[in-house]
Design a protein around this ligand. Structure first.
Ligand code: ADP
Ligand code: MG
Length: 653
């Protein structure tokens, strides 16, 4: 006896249904040899589809044994079953089950993709099959543009593309008119004539008459299995053959399946553009806000640091008292000129200036404004890095001679000389009751940290002490530290020196280097804090992606079923949905970046006082993060898609 291709021994299939169990199949024994054409008939509910699913390895028996070409299938895992389907079976469904987004040729190619056939080979095969089935002029049509009979022919071509041993057709003519049904049956005859096994499930006696053997089911049992007394002559036409397929290389076939998964993901996104965009919106907003917040943080920090640098990056300032706001500091009168003179001798001092300060009224002609009067030494401008717009600095002579020479700042200049064409140099203004000649004007300070609109007038400290204050107490000593000396070392040395002179530490030091570091770290902390909040919006976006992917999976259960039936592995399905999630997120990330950069361009053009600074790291980070979100939040839906039971998925179509 020849070895049976299909060998069912005592196969049973139970379904758990509510309280009880349904016995869809009870002890079915069927053997089918290679090349047979068999019809399985029976009333609705007799178990035909259940049997069909088991024969096609879409489902497994709950009892008994099923061997295909001598191989027991009961113990195989889902991917091995998928391999069996790819190698041995071609499915034809009552409702065609074509993928709506694909053309006739592409639909035909799907099983070949999963079998790992190269693009050129499978295209050639698909087109030849469609040609052979009379669909040569419709290869680029989508299912929606084809009649039922034409769609069924495409689905037959798809069933044949991998050269299966067995064609399983479940009510292949059930949805067709007579003529189209007749045509499909004729094609099945031809397929049978080529030596393939054809199994047709039908409740139509007329259709069953085309087979050479008829098996009848009732209540899950075989009640008759006999040759068809009216067996037709085998079709004399040329049999439909498929070409043998060369085995593709491992990486080629993986790359191919990856490409197919990507293409399907793009098609799915394209089919639901608005939904894809709304899904992306969360990612767009999240990425844009993270990138913008970081750019804002960097920009404002750079701005503040620039201002601090203008104060001098390497200055120490000594004030009386314990700290800013020490109420007793005005009573501490120990910080004196002699301190400054001694400190000036120190090797780490590049420039030094005592300062005193008061407020007074400036008068020039009819104009009167109040101003801050800063009494400084001749090196003050070097210590503070102050630049002149015109005129000259105060020099050592003016300081020594208690000169009534003044350098005014830009605010004072604007207040006293509103007509910008007139140079203030040489003009004499009244400061309080003291007439002073203007010798210099400093450059405008950039708006920002530490700036104000109060006019400032610089006079020799000697003049301020003698004419305004009437005492020798200093407000501060400002020191520019030599480039070669580390700030911390200079601060230690100067502090030790002053402490020794005063016998106690009745002063405090302001170190611009420290201030800068503090500003740097506080703005960094603040930026990170706000960025963390923005990251939360990214997470919310990710949850949105997961939500929509779950919807997408449940909407496409039928498609998943078809893909599994034609041999897609679990990993193929997983990949398709994962790629879709990742693409949505990556696209969202790219749009978010574009939004952030667009916002930055507008912001920078508005000239708010500082510029946004984008860090390349943040941008790369945003792209990587959105991809990670796609993988992270897409995995669960993709996995649930890949775990679907093919038989159940198909039934949901
Ligand atoms: P047919 O295709 O001959 O109409 P089926 O094989 O679809 O019959 O069904 C056989 C029996 O099994 C029916 O009583 C049906 O209700 C039951 N059945 C089929 N599929 C399921 C399922 N997934 N869960 C529960 N019962 C099922
Ligand atoms: Mg059925």
């Amino acid at each position: 006896m020849t070895e049976m291709l299909i060998d069912l021994q005592n196969v049973g299939r139970r379904y758990a249904s509510g309280e009880g169990t349904v016995h869809a199949l009870r002890g079915v024994d069927i053997q089918i040899a290679r090349g047979e054409m068999v019809a399985i008939i029976g009333q609705s509910g007799s178990g035909k589809s259940t049997l069909m699913n088991i024969l096609g390895c879409l489902d497994r028996p709950t009892s008994g044994s099923y061997r295909i070409a001598g191989r027991e299938m009961g113990s195989l895992d889902p991917d091995e079953l998928a391999a069996l389907r790819r190698e041995h079976f071609g499915f034809i469904f009552q409702r065609y089950h074509l993928l709506g987004e694909l053309t006739a040729t592409e639909n035909t190619e799907v099983p070949a993709v999963y079998a790992g056939l190269g693009p050129a080979t499978r295209r050639r095969k698909a087109e030849a099959l469609l040609q052979r089935l009379g669909m040569g002029s419709r290869t680029d049509h989508r299912p929606g543009q084809l009649s039922g009979g034409q769609q069924q022919r495409v689905s037959i071509a798809r069933a044949l593309v991998n050269d299966p041993d067995v064609i399983l057709a479940d009510e292949p003519t059930g949805a067709l008119d007579r003529a189209s049904g007749e045509e499909v049956l004729r094609i099945l005859d031809e397929i049978s004539a080529s030596g393939r096994t054809v199994i047709i499930v039908t409740h139509d006696a007329g259709v069953a008459q085309r087979a050479r053997r008829i098996i009848e089911l009732q209540d899950g049992r075989v009640i008759s299995d006999k040759p068809n007394p009216r067996t037709p002559e085998p079709a004399a036409d040329a049999a439909i053959e498929g070409a043998g397929s060369p085995a593709p290389s491992w990486w080629r076939s993986h790359l191919d399946r990856f490409r197919e998964a990507t293409r399907m993901a793009l098609l799915a996104m394209n089919a639901h553009r608005l939904r894809a965009f709304l899904t992306m919106l969360g990612i767009i907003i999240g990425v844009a806000s993270v990138v913008m917040v970081l750019a804002l943080g960097r920009g404002s920090q750079a701005r503040v640091l620039e201002n601090i640098n203008r104060l001098g990056t390497n200055t120490l300032e000594f004030f009386p008292g314990k700290d800013f706001g020490d109420t007793r500091s005005s009573k501490i009168r120990t910080l004196v000129l002699a301190d400054a003179k001694v400190m000036a001798q120190q090797p780490y001092v590049d420039a030094i200036s005592p300062t005193v300060s008061t407020t007074s009224t400036l008068r020039f002609g009819a104009i009167e404004v109040s101003a801050q009067i800063s009494g400084v030494g001749e090196q003050y401008f070097r210590v503070k890095n102050t630049e002149l717009a015109e005129g000259s600095y105060l020099d050592a002579d003016t300081v020594r001679s208690y000169a009534q020479d003044a350098v005014i700042d830009d605010n004072a200049r604007k207040a006293l000389f509103p007509d910008s064409d007139v140079s203030p140099l040489g003009s004499v203004i009244l400061i309080g009751k003291v007439p002073c000649r203007i010798v210099g004007v400093t450059k405008q300070q950039q708006a920002g940290f530490g700036s104000s609109s109060t006019p400032i007038v610089y006079l020799p400290y000697t003049t301020v002490q003698a004419r305004f204050l009437g005492n020798q107490v200093l407000r501060s000593i400002s020191v520019r530290v030599d480039e070669a000396t580390p700030m911390a070392a200079a601060e230690r040395a100067a502090t030790a020196l002053l402490t020794e002179r005063h016998n106690t530490k009745d002063f405090f030091v302001l170190n611009t280097d420290d201030i800068r570091k503090t500003v740097e770290s506080t703005t960094q902390v603040l930026t990170l804090l706000v960025a963390a909040i923005a990251v939360i919006s990214l997470l919310v976006g990710g949850i949105g992606v997961m939500n929509i992917m779950l919807v997408s999976v449940s909407e496409r259960v039928g498609e998943i079923g078809v893909r599994m039936a034609v041999g897609a592995r679990r990993s193929d399905i997983l990949m398709q949905f994962l790629i879709e999630a990742v693409l949505v997120c990556l696209l969202g990330g790219a749009l978010g970046l574009a939004l952030a950069v667009g916002f930055g361009t507008v912001f920078n053009a508005l000239d708010v006082g500082f510029q946004l600074i984008y860090s390349p790291l943040a941008m790369v980070g945003a792209a990587v993060t959105s991809m990670a979100i796609g993988i992270g939040f897409g995995y669960m839906p993709a996995r649930s898609a890949s775990r679907l039971d093919p038989a159940i998925a198909l039934a949901r179509e």
